[in-house]
Design a protein around this ligand. Structure first.
Ligand code: ZN
Ligand code: FE
Length: 256
């Protein structure tokens, strides 16, 4: 089992998982990078998994379906390139002989889902979380509330610590700059920032990340930590609970 991050647009990754000549792709906003990879690696595309309706996640779906005949799976309640199998949280799909568990993660969009694969051969557990969780950050709240995003991030944070977090965008460095403003004294964050800066300087992705690491450095997963609460209350003294602290951080980040 192999996992590839195919770069697309200016900062998207299209995640491609493959084994024994068959492949699954997540959120193909563009068809061409996927077609190139299928050709290069000599793969047949079995399935397309979609996390949410934004164009940079679905733009390549119709072309890929027509050219490969791949099955398409997506969220139950979002506008989607039809036909597809719609899934909601708690349901499972199989591809490449693996189970992918669907997790409802509303917040960035109202019907956003994530896909969790517990035991891919030779790999650690995989989470495809679209634009819900980024390394060091989270998605903007376009359609959901802070309380929904908090519950979604809590659900992801409960996954095994060794889960490989496959985010849909390379936003890590700018997220970490913000995270350092929130928690200037977080030593894990300083170390991780240095590591990511050298990866980017070498032209390499910072992703996938790891859930245990995100719990140490991502302020949006740390809204119950004293230092993060204090920082959130500095920008919004009326913030009273974890959802309020998350809202204050998100608002601050939007203007950062
Ligand atoms: Zn999006
Ligand atoms: Fe996106």
């Amino acid at each position: 089992m192999k996992l590839l991050a195919l770069p697309a647009f200016s900062d998207n990754y299209l995640w491609l998982l493959h084994d024994k000549g068959r492949a699954v792709v997540v959120d193909p906003g563009q068809a061409q990078p996927v077609l190139d990879a299928l050709q290069r690696e000599q793969l047949q595309l079995d399935a397309i998994l979609i996390t949410h309706h934004h164009a940079d996640h679905v733009g390549g779906v119709q072309t890929l379906r027509e050219l490969t005949g791949a099955r398409v799976y997506g969220p139950a309640s979002e506008p989607m390139p039809e036909p597809l199998t719609r899934l909601r949280g708690g349901e499972t799909l199989s591809a490449l002989g693996l189970d992918f568990e669907v997790i409802d993660v509303p917040g960035h969009t109202a019907g956003h889902v994530a896909y969790f694969c517990r035991a891919p051969a030779e790999l650690e557990p995989l989470l495809f979380c679209g634009d819900t969780l980024f390394s060091g950050g989270c998605g903007r709240l376009f359609e959901g509330t802070p309380a929904q995003m908090l519950a979604s991030l809590d659900a992801l944070a409960a996954l095994p610590g060794n889960t490989q977090v496959c985010c849909a965008h390379e936003y890590t460095l700018s997220n970490l700059k913000f995270a350092r403003a929130v928690e200037p004294d977080n030593a894990d964050l300083q170390r991780y920032s240095a590591r990511c800066e050298s990866l980017r300087a070498a032209g390499l992705p910072t992703l996938p990340s790891r859930m245990s690491l995100e719990l140490q450095i991502n302020p949006f997963l740390r809204t119950r930590q004293a230092a993060v609460i204090a920082a959130a209350q500095r920008v919004d003294p009326s913030a009273q609970d974890p959802a309020g602290h998350l809202a204050a951080l998100r608002q601050w980040k939007n203007q950062f």
